[in-house]
Design a protein. Structure first.
Length: 446
């Protein structure tokens, strides 16, 4: 935490307790006290060296955090708030005796931001340090993970000509697209293509706590699948304890690929809960199971098994019986055995009152460790909305819905700071013995 030690003749804190209350400033104090920024402050101080110290490094850093906490869209908006709010200036570490003249100039903030751009690795280190503390506090932190890619629009116009030194242009962003497909009520296929100019934030979050665990910022055109594979690989290096305790990873159908499914299941031992795309091009609704001596069992592209009565031809859903890890297979039960119904073709049915095992290798995309047709899969997949709620907080509470950020480096810095603030507030709530408030960015502990 960047705390400035200074003795003052007068301070807001010297007022009587009934007159002095932190109020909404409590949120900023929580972030300042929790943020593990010692290395960053040391590096920034060494970079300044013996130069002028009109605006202390710690005070400027704390004011940057204040701009994120209080949703200031620009540096000018932050400067105006600092000029009028003496309590905020003092909490950030500016000399209260100087009044509004203590607020750094626009050029001073620009220089400070330029220096911060060279410390992206330390920002990432701060983020990882906060994740590690949450791992220590919560034994189940990381048990269920959810991931997604988020579009971040740039409101700068695409540059036809790159001009060095012109910070108003957007020279790094590009166009990204995302396709949505489905079937309407009439059974007709539909397709919708969403495109945007800007960047893409790739996130892995804890699906229960709704807090970020890993992130990456890229141009909008960079695909989601390779970056997600990279994030899990980095997570395995930086936080192996999360990979070890993780049981399920929830992703949408944009990540439906054999490579990701194999990585999660075989490399990390994580059960993938990924929605599937219908890749069957032959138009068939079902396919016959390729197991010897079983000719009356079929399955659809979502892994639901159907038993066909040899006598009447009636079709019944088979019951899911669980995953057998040693055999790497799914167990399904005969409808008669599972539901107690009658079967007129019992004498001709090879699976009458029996169970069958479907190896995952039968079709690795269709048959996953948690059967797609089970209630458990649907319950777990519903947790994927946790990453969407985190994305919503990034837009609404941290100002990414309408921003003035230009360039990939600045976007990486801004995203890293916003996510670190989110984690710092969560860690601060835990230290205050208020774990029920770890998701809240607004509420204060009473």
């Amino acid at each position: 935490m960047a705390i400035i030690q200074q003795k003052l003749l007068f301070s807001w804190k010297d007022l009587q307790n009934d007159l002095y209350t932190l109020g909404d400033l409590e949120r900023l104090q929580l972030v300042i006290e929790t943020m593990p920024d010692a290395k960053l402050m040391k590096s920034l101080r060494s970079l300044r060296g013996k130069g002028r110290n009109d605006y202390p490094i710690e005070a400027m850093w704390n004011s940057m955090l204040a701009g994120i906490v209080y949703e200031h869209a620009s540096i000018e908006c932050l400067r105006r708030e600092l000029s009028r709010n003496a309590q905020l200036r003092e909490m950030c570490g500016f000399n209260p005796l100087l009044g509004a003249t203590a607020v750094p100039s626009k050029s001073a903030y620009n220089r400070f931001l330029t220096n911060l751009l060279h410390h992206e690795s330390l920002i990432k280190e701060m983020f990882d340090c906060l994740v590690k503390e949450l791992i220590l506090h919560f034994p189940d932190f990381g048990k269920n993970l959810a991931g997604d890619g988020k579009a971040i629009h740039s409101f700068g116009k695409p540059s036809k000509k790159i001009m060095e030194g012109d910070r108003r242009r957007e020279n790094d962003a590009d166009w990204g697209t995302k396709k949505y497909r489905g079937v309407n009520k009439e059974g007709k296929l539909w397709e919708k293509i969403k495109s945007w100019f800007g960047f893409r934030l790739h996130l892995i979050v804890d699906a229960d706590a709704e807090l970020p665990i890993a992130y990456e910022v890229t141009k909008a055109s960079i695909g989601e699948q390779p970056v997600m594979k990279k994030l899990f690989s980095q997570l395995n290096e930086t936080h192996p304890e999360i990979i070890n305790r993780c049981q399920h990873a929830m992703l949408d159908k944009g990540y439906d690929s054999k490579a990701i499914l194999c990585d999660l299941m075989n490399k990390y031992g994580i059960k993938p809960i990924i929605d599937i795309r219908n890749m069957w091009k032959d138009g068939e609704a079902t396919k016959q199971l390729q197991i010897k001596k079983i000719q009356n069992v079929t399955y659809d592209y979502k892994g639901t098994l159907f038993c066909h009565c040899p006598e009447t031809g009636k079709i019944k859903n088979m019951a899911y019986g669980g995953f057998e890890k040693k055999r790497e297979s799914l167990k399904f039960l005969c409808p008669v055995l599972a539901y107690g119904i009658e079967c007129t073709g019992a004498s001709k049915c090879p699976i009458y009152k029996k169970s069958i095992r479907i190896p995952l290798k039968e079709d690795f995309r269709v048959f996953t460790a948690v059967a797609r047709s089970s209630y458990k899969w649907k319950t777990l997949y519903n947790k994927r909305t946790s990453v969407e709620r985190v994305n919503s907080r990034i837009d609404v509470s941290f100002g990414f819905e309408r921003h003035y950020i230009r360039g990939l480096k600045k976007m990486k810095l801004r995203c890293g700071l916003a996510l670190s603030v989110m984690l710092a507030m969560a860690v601060g709530r835990v230290r205050q013995k208020h774990p029920e408030l770890i998701r809240s960015l607004v509420k204060t502990a009473m």
